[in-house]
Design a binder for this molecule. Structure first.
Ligand SMILES: C[S@@+](CC[C@H](N)C(=O)[O-])C[C@H]1O[C@@H](n2cnc3c(N)ncnc32)[C@H](O)[C@@H]1O
Ligand code: SF4
Length: 461
């Protein structure tokens, strides 16, 4: 039986471009646990301009549209944090925001027309920082959801992302009036100097004020995002942030490893040092959160057992459809994932928003940029997204969906058991604690070579 230790002696920075589908798992597990930031499959850097625009009506025609997730993307923030590569821009001109909101409404109307009969059972508003918008603008978002897409705000779970400095009483009033029941706030670190060292200007009084206001507003679910592995962060200071999140009674806590890129100031300090720092921080936080009554859902998500969290509707990210509204939002049908072009640098982001703002109604009723998922990719997507949850993946459910055995389709999964990081029984393939800690490696290992090739060829603007 092959096995590995959480603290391998040999650390090799294994680039995605050096892997292929036959890369042995043992080799990967001997390298960095932070191979590639994994939050969806296929990653958006595998999307490309489509040869021909596809009509949304056709794309959605044969889909099950009974339980769709609507995601609205607001690509605006009051700052651009040093670690952030999300599609957003800081302090845009007001005219750009006005036009963007008009265009969101136009896009919603085109989607409504194209989809015909459908039912949205979940709404998330993210970014960027949606709470960067004024109360009037925020109200407009909820009106678009309600009037252009027929969402029943009272019965639909609604989540919104906020940053500490933009949480105000009047914005919270708008959230409460529109029955928002989940607020996710990026804190990253409760230690101001640490947040600043990550390139995030943040004031302690803003953090405390925001959390007090959210508590007073009595929102059902509070999520706090924290990042570990930043410069100047010690294990003690990291655990102080975790303790603070527990103290504020966060119902959910997302723990993100800081991804350190080669050639950056942080990356030059040596990979091993940063890998160990992040792994130690992760393991210590798992321990503290477990003792404080949090259940680990995945490598990043911890949920307070005592809170009244429902599963935010019945949405299953591995299977159900997603409608993305706005530039930067992704939409998922079974066989096609589509979005708009992506950039990180300010000018690239502004150019893409401006192009989006100018699309006419015909262009808004089509997909122009994305990736086709053949059956193999659909199976990989399902496997990857369910396997990386602590509860594991059901082989039985896989067979129901695809009519094949997952171990026949992806025999490489046997290596998980051989490496002693998972148990495979008749119904379930479940990662153990070591496997979950290496989620980003396992996910990357499951990419198809076609997707991997596209990702390595992609040039970020
Ligand atoms: C949309 S923001 C949350 C809301 C708000 N914009 C804020 O920053 O407070 C997304 C979250 O992703 C997390 N994150 C972790 N690593 C990241 C990365 N490399 N780029 C962007 N976001 C990252 C951060 O914890 C951040 O809070
Ligand atoms: S972390 Fe949040 S506030 Fe900072 S740039 Fe990214 S989206 Fe904007």
């Amino acid at each position: 039986m092959k096995s590995f230790s959480l603290y391998p002696m040999r650390i090799s920075f294994c680039e995605l471009s050096l892997m292929d589908s036959s890369t042995d798992l043992t080799t990967l597990l001997a390298g960095s646990p932070y191979l590639n930031y994994l939050y969806s499959y296929p990653h958006k850097t595998a999307y490309r301009a489509l040869k021909k625009p596809q009509s949304l009506k056709q794309l959605w025609q044969a889909e099950d549209k009974d339980a769709l997730f609507l995601y609205m993307h607001i690509p605006f923030c009051e700052m651009r944090c040093g670690f952030c590569n999300l599609f957003t821009t800081a302090n845009p001109q007001q005219s750009l925001i006005n036009r963007y909101l008009d265009q969101l409404e136009q896009q919603a109307l085109q989607i409504d027309k194209a989809l015909g009969n459908y039912n949205i059972t979940n709404l998330a508003i993210g970014g960027g920082t949606p709470s960067y918008l004024t109360t009037v603008e925020l109200q407009r978002l909820f009106s678009i959801a309600q009037h252009s897409l027929g969402i029943n705000l009272a019965s639909t779970p609604i989540g919104i992302e906020v940053s500490p400095a933009t949480v105000t009483e009047d914005r919270l009033d708008v959230f409460v009036e529109n029955q928002v029941n989940r607020i996710s706030i990026g804190i990253e670190s409760f230690i101001v100097s640490e947040a600043n060292a990550m390139g995030r200007p943040q004031k302690q009084q803003d953090v405390e004020h925001a959390l007090c206001l959210i508590q007073q507003a009595n929102i059902d679910i509070l999520n706090i995002d924290l990042i570990y592995g930043g410069e100047g962060q010690s294990l003690t200071s990291w655990l102080e942030s975790v303790a603070q999140a527990i103290h504020w009674q966060a119902d959910e806590i997302y723990l993100y490893p800081l991804y350190i890129r080669p050639l950056t100031g942080l990356g030059r300090k040596g990979e091993r040092h940063w890998d160990d720092q992040r792994m130690n921080a992760y393991l210590a936080a798992c321990d503290v959160l477990g003792k404080a009554g949090y259940q680990q859902i995945s490598m990043r998500l911890f949920r307070r057992k005592a809170s009244i969290i429902t599963q935010q509707g019945e949405y299953h990210c591995q299977e159900d459809g997603m409608i993305g509204l706005g530039c930067g939002a992704r939409s998922y049908t079974r066989a096609m994932h589509y979005s708009f072009d992506y950039a990180v640098k300010r000018q690239g982001v502004l150019d893409i928003i401006q192009q989006y703002n100018q699309l006419d109604t015909q262009a808004l009723s089509q997909a122009h940029y994305g990736i086709v998922l053949n059956e193999e990719e659909q199976k990989r997507r399902y496997t990857l997204l369910s396997l990386l949850q602590c509860e594991g993946m059901s082989r039985h459910h896989y067979k129901q969906l695809f009519n094949t055995e997952v171990l026949d389709d992806l025999p490489q999964l046997q290596q998980l058991e051989e490496c002693a990081i998972a148990r495979i029984d008749n119904d379930t393939i479940r990662l153990n604690a070591q496997g979950i800690a290496y989620s980003d490696v396992i996910g990357t290992w499951l990419y198809s070579s076609a997707v991997r090739r596209k990702m390595t060829e992609y040039q970020t603007r």
